[in-house]
Write a protein that binds this ligand. Structure first.
Ligand SMILES: *[C@@H]1O[C@H](CO)[C@@H](O)[C@H](O)[C@H]1NC(C)=O
Ligand SMILES: *[C@@H]1O[C@H](CO)[C@@H](O)[C@H](O)[C@H]1NC(C)=O
Ligand SMILES: *[C@@H]1O[C@H](CO)[C@@H](O)[C@H](O)[C@H]1NC(C)=O
Ligand SMILES: *[C@@H]1O[C@H](CO)[C@@H](O)[C@H](O)[C@H]1NC(C)=O
Ligand SMILES: *[C@@H]1O[C@H](CO)[C@@H](O)[C@H](O)[C@H]1NC(C)=O
Ligand SMILES: *[C@@H]1O[C@H](CO)[C@@H](O)[C@H](O)[C@H]1NC(C)=O
Ligand SMILES: *[C@@H]1O[C@H](CO)[C@@H](O)[C@H](O)[C@H]1NC(C)=O
Length: 408
């Protein structure tokens, strides 16, 4: 047993070394900022077809999402036929995708957008379609030949797949994508098993840190794991607030090019208040999570659209430093309000979250955080400039204020 373990650590080192080689060789510039786009799962689950993708791509333009920076249209689970071709290739379900994935990619590309697709590191996907376990190179080549730009790679797939370490299963597809001859963004989705922030940076451009998000701001009924290091991670879903809380332990592991993925957005999906939606978008942005919309764009409210296209908050996500904010324990009041802070290119940013279902009056000193000397302070949602280096005011239930502090 011990010997085996040593061997797998050695192959891990090899994977890490390969990764370093590719970065230094300048072969990949993908993922220099967190990816922005849309994914079918949060609304459509596995019942998906090409007209939904066409319509979504069209709405990227008409709703101003493309202009705001969203460019990946990602098809999640449910696109494939239940069996491979007689030759062993993946094929689309012809009922849902009669034109095929290549034609769909061409159409999406013609609009200046990119197409993402989904597969799984096991024998089967979560929707019991063929997984890529044992077919990694072939499937990566198939995706490349179709003109696919992005792969979300999942963690379902039955006993056989799960007996191989995550590092091996997800690393094999990383290598296959690199051999495919096409630049394909690699979105690792292994639900936070075995603490991927310890190793995920060597494999994916982004990697999920927990099980699926639920369409709720606080409901924890189905959430077995409320902390990042809980052993029972996996599929069980947690709310927006719990996923934010998990990041308190691990935000420091996020590095440019290998983003911690807090999962797809529930803005416009869940029944959330304006302030809950703002808080959701603020934390995903400031923690440098991918911004992948999960809503049905044809039914998006103006309120949700305005949040998803807020220039100030998106700029925080796409900031050139690529540094996630961290939890500031000394300024927070556990269970009542949270303060997070971190550097951005123009200075630093401070987040103040009212974690309660009632309003709270909070005062907060915004200088002396060791992040620079304030020259100008603007609250990004209201765009109001503060006259002093301190804030004293009332936050509504679950509201987050975002102070952008320019330094000299
Ligand atoms: C595609 O899916 C959407 C959403 O589920 C549905 O409304 C529509 O009827 C489907 N279109 C076809 C052609 O199946
Ligand atoms: C699925 O694939 C089989 C075998 O290739 C084919 O006969 C069938 O028509 C396909 N069905 C759909 C819905 O794509
Ligand atoms: C193909 O997709 C349709 C819905 O679009 C579904 O009813 C059918 O079961 C799927 N067929 C296969 C073979 O996956
Ligand atoms: C909370 O989530 C569970 C499922 O995880 C659901 O059954 C329940 O209805 C939800 N409660 C509320 C108040 O939304
Ligand atoms: C949404 O939540 C509000 C309270 O936050 C509630 O009054 C309303 O009924 C909910 N709507 C739906 C459709 O669940
Ligand atoms: C949403 O915004 C559009 C475009 O600005 C406008 O035409 C429409 O009336 C708005 N809808 C609502 C419900 O306010
Ligand atoms: C904050 O403002 C409230 C009134 O809105 C006042 O009662 C309180 O003393 C102020 N706190 C600080 C620290 O200035």
């Amino acid at each position: 047993m011990e010997v085996k373990r040593h061997f797998s650590w050695r192959s891990l080192v090899t994977i890490a070394a390969l990764c370093l080689f590719h970065v230094t060789a300048g072969e990949t510039t993908l993922g220099q900022t967190p990816q922005m786009g849309w994914n079918s799962w949060n609304t459509f689950k596995a019942i998906i077809n090409e007209s939904v993708i066409h319509e979504t791509a069209r709405l990227f333009g008409t709703l101003g999402l493309q202009k705001a920076g969203y460019n990946y249209v990602v098809i999640d689970d449910g696109w494939a036929n239940h069996s491979r071709t007689a030759d062993g290739y993946l094929q689309a379900n012809v009922t849902g995708f009669p034109s095929g994935i290549k034609a769909l990619a061409d159409k999406v590309h013609a609009q200046g957008l990119k197409l993402g697709i989904y597969s799984d590191s096991g024998i089967l996907t979560c929707d019991f379609k063929p997984g890529s376990w044992g077919y990694e190179e072939r499937d990566a080549q198939t995706f490349a030949s179709w003109g696919v730009d992005y792969l979300k790679y999942d963690n379902c797939g039955g006993f056989e797949g799960m007996t191989e370490a995550s590092q091996v299963r997800f690393g094999t597809m990383k290598n296959a994508l690199e051999l495919s001859g096409r630049k394909i963004f690699y979105s690792v989705c292994e639900w936070g098993f075995q603490f991927p922030w310890r190793w995920g940076g060597g494999i994916g451009h982004s990697y999920r840190i927990s099980g699926d998000i639920t369409a709720s701001f606080t409901n924890e009924t189905g959430c077995a794991c409320k902390t990042a290091y809980c052993l029972n991670t996996g599929y069980a879903g947690c709310s927006v607030l719990t996923i934010i809380n998990k990041m308190r332990e691990i935000s420091q592991y996020g590095v440019q090019g290998h983003w911690l993925d807090m999962d797809m957005l529930e803005i416009g999906v869940a029944n959330m208040t304006l302030y809950q939606q703002q808080t959701h978008f603020t934390f995903w942005s400031a923690l440098k999570s991918p911004l992948i919309i999960g809503a049905d764009l044809s039914r998006l409210s103006n309120e949700s659209l305005a949040i998803l296209t807020n220039k100030n908050i998106i700029a925080l996500n796409q900031d050139s430093l690529g540094k996630p904010v961290s939890y500031v324990e000394t300024l927070s009041e556990d269970g009542l309000w949270q303060v997070w802070a971190g550097n951005i290119e123009s200075g630093y940013v401070v987040l103040l979250l009212n974690e309660k279902s009632y309003p709270q009056t909070i005062s907060l000193q915004l200088s002396n955080l060791g992040l620079g000397t304030p020259r100008k302070i603007v609250e990004l949602w209201s765009e109001k400039t503060l006259k002093t280096n301190a804030f004293n005011g009332t936050l509504q239930p679950y509201q987050t204020l975002v102070f952008k502090i320019d330094t000299a």
